[in-house]
Design a protein around this ligand. Structure first.
Ligand code: 5AD
Ligand code: SF4
Length: 457
């Protein structure tokens, strides 16, 4: 009887991608990976350490596996992966003895031997940063596995971060910036496209610092985008997440003239007061950021902007917070994520004596979020009455509906008859509600060239 494995992922898109690669490892080790936690012989919690609650959730989730047995009748093996694994290592087993092994993000290619050790009762912990490239060893997703996932895919091109923002654990949990070679990325993209993927999102903690090797030397993200854009059948390219200081002129040029590169940019600024930006070690001012936004809009006037914000960073005054609101008003975001500052052990800001109270953080977060959600409603409403190319992704939640995405990453709900999964159709948007748009393709039979256009889109 084949043993079953269940992977639960928390946090960022890179974890989603890593989970897919780990699934490949587990399949190679003889497990069937399922979406059903019930009766799993192996459970892998793929954790996130970016904010407090994420890690706490993992510890409470572990309780659920206390007496778990797999369908085989044997005790379920429980592993902890991801950034909590990297940051806390053996501490996890000390705090949660139910855990059988711990594996950091740089050691996923050693999963099979860790599982072997765990099944012998050894409780292995592997959080080493190896010299070799983990991607060389991770199982490539099979064609069937890719096809099962649909028409959009993530592809990690860069991992780690050298920026050391004072609040952030990423440089410690994911290590120094490493870029994958251009050919490895292009090959993986080709395999995805061959299996039916039409849109690829390039992932990296600091993706626009990408500098992968090519026969001719290092290639930046703009160069990589151009190489990928040449792949026939690939219709859309996105990337996330970017640091303002790594937005190069050639990347702006790529946004100006590379049609496959979608007009949506996640460009976190975190705060609007120069004092706080300095304390955060962001190495740019609010004015620098606003000038950059202006240059981006000059290159791509319809660019939808997204960002991350932290409220209540140590020492943040009312005036500093007002500066964040002012910056948000000036930019006008299509979407954004905002968080209360959470002290992360081992990061410089965690030791500050100037912590902001929980009550003040909550109040600021609420004010910021209401401004940001107002802006995203304005952005969404502005699409009503327009015709947008929509990549149809999957069946909608309601019978007879499909859902796709606009170039600006908004979910667009359309009738089933408007287009097949994988097609790009010109949708007339007639309503916006929450984060979603609703539309239809008028007189579909009057668009005989639709397939040809979507292939060229
Ligand atoms: N507290 C709150 N938010 C944080 N982020 C990163 N570290 C912290 C922290 N210690 C946010 C930043 C980052 C996003 C991924 O998470 O806004 O851009
Ligand atoms: Fe963390 Fe992003 Fe700053 Fe890197 S650039 S330290 S990942 S917030």
């Amino acid at each position: 009887m084949t043993k079953r494995a269940f992977i639960k992922s928390y946090g960022c898109q890179m974890n989603v991608y890593d989970a897919q690669r780990m699934a490949g490892q587990l399949e190679a080790a003889g497990y069937a990976v399922t979406d059903d936690a019930e009766g799993a012989d192996l459970v892998l919690l793929n954790t996130c350490h970016i904010r407090e609650k994420a890690a706490e959730k993992v510890y409470s989730e572990l309780g659920r596996w206390k007496d778990a047995r797999g369908a085989s009748g044997e005790r379920t093996i429980v592993g902890v992966a991801g950034c909590v694994a990297q940051a806390e290592g053996a501490e996890i087993i000390a705090r949660a003895p139910r855990v059988d092994f711990v594996v950091g993000p740089q050691a996923y290619h050693r999963l099979p031997s860790l599982i072997d050790g765990a099944s012998r009762g050894e409780k292995p912990v592997d959080t080493d940063f190896p010299a070799e490239d983990k991607f060389d060893h991770l199982a490539k997703p099979t064609r069937r596995a890719i096809a099962a996932r649909g028409v959009t895919a993530f592809l990690t091109v860069q991992e780690g971060c050298d920026k050391f923002c004072a609040f952030c654990v990423v440089p410690y949990t994911r290590g120094a910036e490493v870029s994958r070679p251009v050919d490895a990325v292009v090959d993986e993209a080709r395999a995805l496209v061959d299996a039916g993927v039409r849109e690829i999102t390039l992932l990296g903690q600091n993706v626009n610092a990408y500098h992968g090797a090519d026969a001719g030397g290092a290639v930046g993200l703009a160069g990589l985008v151009r190489r990928l854009a040449a792949i026939e059948g690939l219709a859309r390219i996105r990337y996330t997440t970017s640091h303002p200081n790594d937005m190069t002129v050639d990347l702006l040029d790529a946004h100006r003239d590379e049609e496959k590169l979608m007009p949506y940019l996640h460009l976190p600024v975190q705060a609007g007061a120069d004092r706080i930006l300095k304390a955060m070690n962001r190495k740019h001012t609010a004015a620098d950021y606003l000038r950059l936004i202006e240059a981006i809009r000059a290159a791509r006037p319809d660019m939808a902007l997204s960002g991350d914000f932290i409220v209540g960073f140590p020492g943040e005054t009312d005036a500093d917070f007002e500066a964040t609101l002012a910056l948000v008003r000036e930019v006008g975001y299509a979407s954004a994520y905002s968080f209360k500052y959470s002290p992360r052990p081992g990061t410089p800001a965690a030791g500050s004596t100037d912590q902001v109270s929980e009550a003040v953080k909550s109040e600021r977060l609420q004010r910021l979020q209401s401004l940001l959600s107002e802006q995203s409603a304005v952005f969404n409403r502005a699409q009503v009455g327009r015709t947008l190319p929509v990549l149809v992704e999957k069946a909608g939640r309601r019978e007879g509906q499909r859902v796709g995405r606009s170039p600006y990453l908004q979910p667009v709900h359309i009738p089933e008859s408007a287009g097949a999964v994988g097609e790009i159709v010109d949708v007339h948007v007639h309503a916006s509600e929450g984060n979603s748009l609703f539309g239809d393709v008028p007189r579909r039979d009057a668009q005989p060239d639709r397939a040809a256009r979507s292939a060229a889109a």
